[in-house]
Design a protein around this ligand. Sequence first.
Ligand SMILES: *Cc1c(COP(=O)(O)O)cnc(C)c1O
Length: 360
Amino acid sequence: MATLNDPYRIEVMSFNLDNITRENVKGLSPYSSARDEYVSDGSTMVFLDANENPFENGVNRYPDPQQRGLKAILAEQKDIEEENILLGNGSDEVLDLLFRAFCEPKEDNIISLPPTYGMYKVLSGINLVENREVLLTNDFQPNVDKILKTIDSNTKLLFICSPNNPTGNSFSTQIIEELLNSFNGLVVIDEAYIDFSSEESWISKLSEHPNLIVTQTLSKAYGMAGIRLGLCMASSEIIAVLNKIKPPYNVNQLTQDKAIERVLDVASVAQEVKDILSEREKLRETLKTVSFVQTIYATDANFILAKVDNANLRYTQLLEKGVVVRNRTTQPLCENTLRFTVGTAEENKSLISALKTLSN
Ligand SMILES: *Cc1c(COP(=O)(O)O)cnc(C)c1O
């Protein structure tokens, strides 16, 4: 068998979805709900198929299991097909589906790149799948050599969070491209913060890379963390596998309605992102004047990671002044760092005034 150090690996290795899908999942057919079997064409029908309460209250009917109305809008906005999208109860559900579809418990492994989003590790624990951690380099980029050496024939998923949480930076396009080309499993690019970034989404590369999965969310730039809506975008083959295992009604009616309203309001979302970005730059400038702030890291997201003299002390002092920030000091490469989410102009003023008082 060819190994990753084999100079001919590009020629001899190729991605094959069937090889990485769990055997039990291959044999499944999706649960067929009443709302799958009869899809309304808009004509007036009498619905006596799903044991629902017939009295109208807005939510007495089961929601569309395929969220067709919402998907049609998202597909158009993102210039992909509906068959390339799976929606979930937050991206956390989408990430969990990936483990359950592709990782055999106690056998397979995944790779994550700390310091990064905590859910990859949590989900690997829940699903009993080994999480192989490969630290980012000191400039917060993926360590390609180490990642390639860590991959073995049981490595199914590689999680790349770009822009990365909690560091804030985007990863180099060439590095991600190299990983996509040399890894035979699935590369999951978590783009939770892409709307704040000047980098282009990897969605446009889906047709070039059969092993690419892009996840996004309405929880950050779209301001809809409370409705729980996550997006998974990939080849129609990958999406078909995930559809076999997703709970039939995983995105509820209220979420679908609210999401449609929000994603259609392109101008409001864009304005809020613009305001957050200009507030972020103001906050960055002010942080430079705070005596105990030592490093302010580059960010492509709606937060700023900064190194301070003593993160535990400053975190507690800010709490006492009524400002809650995230203390990231226990994360690798993040000793004595705090993560500041960019708030409204007024909220940021509260943060700044608290920092200034402590700075004197
Ligand atoms: C906030 C965040 C998410 C969002 O998850 P949801 O379940 O969609 O709210 C996903 N990935 C990263 C890296 C995040 O920081």
